[in-house]
Ligand binder design. Structure first.
Ligand code: GAP
Length: 445
């Protein structure tokens, strides 16, 4: 950033929410009916950001590794899956009801409850004793709605990895250690969805379950924690906004032997965006027991038969998108008292890689030709309406790293002006070099 400009990072979530809704990055689902609490839709810019994040994760975790296989499982599994995993018995939050206003709160988050709207003269709620509330979303399969037809929308994407472990290992001819990865939707009936998409009822996870010999669990735990922290840095999250936090023994999930959260500093405090867990042999042993199948493996050399232990990395795609947006958001004061809002997203993750902005509608034909050429490789936006300054500002706010202006000199010198979002510097680039210019700065960045 130039010395004569000052910059204000994001302090209030409302500012980001307002930008996201206004620009259609992310907005309430079923908005015309007043929204539905805990559910969000990603508009044209949001879906591109999300897809870019998912494909980078898939590239790093699956494609670049010979020891990781991919999976896309169904969202609904056999209900026994969730009995074996412990979710039917243990996946709950303590909640209380207010007898006066009838609202429900998480018993461990009562500081957020605010005053009771139904009790005049007293601001306090009239709470019941805490009760456990299972967070799995239920549905019924087939024509009847009796207990035998109950099924659950998956509360985490990893369980089908465990139930599919034997088949995938065999078809992929993998030996221990190896991993199975999946990206997909998960559903939790959160009592108190909040902080925009941070705690939603429907969200996406990208999970890797890495199966290894018990003697190697610490080595692989350290390896994957390292890889995952590196990933968050690589996608542009600032060093100061990222930290790791090991779980205290009393915080560990019922299955976990060791866990470290990767946390991001949101405007509402440090919060988990990813968990790295040593799940032990809990999942494979339980599914083996409930399904009556041997999910153990035999070492071909030592002939030892053992149940592999699992190192899991589980990242929320929505939470990471939110972290990226929070980290990228800045309001800059420019010379002359002007301000601009900019999303400094990593060029490879930005929803739009470049905007083509002809200076006049009369230049549409060659500008459109450039647009079509670049579109074959990148998401490129075309805009020929209005003042060029205003068009730049719209792209800054969308996070577009490069604006390419086709001007009145371009037909003569076969060059365009490329303006870089963060520095706002401009350079002339030959038309036939624009592709390699973008490849270097977007793909190889
Ligand atoms: N399989 C392990 C597991 O699901 P988790 O800590 O419950 O572990 C992993 O979830 C990640 O999923 C979290 O770090 C978070 O990024 C995301 N996540 C969990 N609950 C969420 C929610 N209600 N809304 C949005 N993201 C959520």
């Amino acid at each position: 950033m130039a010395a004569d400009r000052s910059e204000q990072p994001l302090e209030r979530m409302e500012d980001l929410v307002s930008l996201c809704v206004r620009r259609g990055y992310i907005f309430p689902s079923s908005e015309i009916y007043g929204g539905i609490n805990g559910f969000w839709d990603y508009g044209p810019l949001g879906v591109e950001l999300k897809n870019n994040l998912k494909s980078r994760w898939w590239q790093r975790v699956v494609r670049e590794r010979d020891d990781v296989e991919g999976l896309d499982s169904s969202i609904i599994s056999h209900p026994r899956t969730w009995e074996a995993s412990g979710h039917v018995d243990h996946f709950s939050d303590p909640m209380v009801d207010c007898r006066a206003c009838k609202r429900r709160f998480r018993a461990d988050q009562l500081e957020d409850a605010g005053p009771c709207p139904s009790r005049e003269g007293s601001a306090e709620h009239d709470f019941t004793e805490p009760r456990h509330f299972n967070l799995m979303l239920k549905t019924w399969i087939g024509a009847s709605e009796d207990a035998a037809a109950v099924a659950y929308l998956r509360a985490e994407t990893c369980q089908p990895i465990f139930t599919g472990f034997k088949r995938i290992r065999e078809v992929a001819r993998q030996k221990i250690p190896f991993g199975i990865a999946q990206i997909g939707k998960a559903f939790r009936n959160e009592i108190n969805p909040r902080n925009f998409t941070f705690r939603s009822r429907e969200f996406e996870q990208a999970e890797l379950e890495y199966f290894c010999h018990p003697s190697e669990r610490e080595k692989w735990f350290a390896h994957w924690l390292d890889e995952r922290v590196r990933f968050h840095r690589e996608i542009g999250i600032a060093e100061r906004s990222l930290r790791t936090r090991p779980h205290e023994p009393d915080e560990l999930a019922h299955y976990a032997k060791q866990a470290v959260d990767i946390e991001f500093r949101f405007p509402f405090g440090w919060q988990e965006i990813e968990g790295v867990h040593d799940r032990g042999d809990w999942d494979l042993s339980r599914h083996g027991e409930y399904a009556g199948k041997d999910l153990g493996v035999t070492d071909p050399e030592t002939k030892e038969h053992f149940v592999p232990v699992v190192v899991e990395t589980s990242v929320g795609i929505d939470r990471t998108c939110l972290a990226l947006l929070c980290d990228a958001y800045a309001v800059e004061s420019l010379e002359g008292g002007e301000t601009r809002t900019v999303l400094r997203l990593h060029p490879a993750l930005a929803p739009v890689s470049a905007a083509i902005l002809p200076l006049s509608k009369k230049l549409a034909e060659p500008a459109r030709a450039l647009h079509r050429e670049l579109q074959r490789r990148w998401n490129v936006f075309y805009d020929d309406a209005g003042n060029i300054g205003r068009r730049y500002r719209r792209q800054d706010e969308a996070g577009t790293p490069f604006c390419i202006t086709y001007d009145f000199d371009s037909p003569q010198d076969d060059r365009v002006t490329v303006r870089e979002r963060d520095s706002m510097t401009q350079e002339r680039v030959a038309l036939d070099a624009v592709s390699s210019y973008l490849r270097e700065r977007v793909e190889d960045a």
